[in-house]
Design a protein around this ligand. Structure first.
Ligand code: SAM
Length: 242
């Protein structure tokens, strides 16, 4: 099945509506389950992404699909002038805003409702754009990435973190077991949504990862594209410039 057609509830609502509803439903458990299900590994992955941005010292950064704001908060270490996080789930951002308040980062980081595919920032606005576990959920992947290209400054950097599908047969076996049985079960027990963590598994499997994703970035005219597998290939960082 084409990844754009993999949806949380398989209902007649658009994928965007279903995804926003799903993240609103699980928002209060999202951070907890992220840490539980990845044994905390997701924090290190975001750090690796932010390290890739260090050399160019971006001043204005966009965190797309910011959710509860973890990627935006990690980007604060780059000492930029401004970070904007956008997301289609107000429920997720509500928890993000509480974190920003506690960390006294409210003046540096603002979170706004916005859809990657349609957000209307002017052309060439951002020095860097990051997306953590977001592109898999776009309604139309290429329209979303193309819009990010438009609002990135020439020479600006795009760093995407996303789950991937390992190639090693042994890791793949463990991964299939974990993602098919453990993740949906734990997700069902702890979140308020029976489908969310099953959708996670289905959407990861259908997603064009690694070289396929780089090919899409190249098709959309991004330059200096590459990817790096993380933790035996269960996730990947994609890097590109405009
Ligand atoms: C798995 S969460 C990731 C949150 C955060 N980036 C992180 O690293 O933990 C995915 C987020 O993507 C958001 N999202 C999905 N499609 C989107 C779109 N088209 N535009 C903006 N946000 C989107 C969802 O609402 C959700 O909050």
């Amino acid at each position: 099945m084409l990844h754009d057609n993999v949806t949380p509830y398989q209902s007649s609502d658009s994928k965007k509506e279903q995804v926003a509803q799903m993240f609103d439903n699980i928002a209060n458990r999202y951070d907890f389950l992220n840490t539980l299900l990845s044994a905390g590994t997701h924090k290190g992955w975001r750090k690796k992404c932010v390290n890739l941005l260090k050399t160019k010292q971006p001043k204005v950064i966009l965190d797309v699909a910011t959710g509860t704001g973890d990627f935006a908060i990690e980007c604060a270490k780059l000492n930029p002038e401004k970070i904007i996080g956008i997301d289609i789930s107000d429920g997720m951002m509500q928890f993000g805003r509480e974190k920003l308040k506690k960390l006294k980062l409210e003046s540096l980081i603002t979170l706004e409702n916005g859809n990657a595919e349609t957000v209307a920032f002017p052309d060439n606005t951002f020095d860097a754009i990051v997306v953590g576990f977001g592109v898999r959920n776009f309604q139309n992947l290429e329209i979303g990435l193309d819009n990010l290209y438009r609002i990135l400054k020439p020479g600006g950097q795009l760093v995407i973190l996303e789950f991937a599908y390992p190639t090693n047969w042994f890791i793949k076996g463990l991964y299939n077991f974990y993602f098919s049985y453990i993740t949906p079960l734990v997700g069902k027990i702890f979140s308020n949504d029976n489908r969310a963590y099953t959708y996670l598994t289905e959407s990861v499997k259908a997603f064009p990862n690694n070289e396929k994703f780089v090919a899409i970035l190249n098709k959309l005219k991004f330059k200096n594209t590459n990817f790096k597998g993380l933790s035996f290939g269960v996730a990947a960082i994609y890097y590109a410039e405009k």
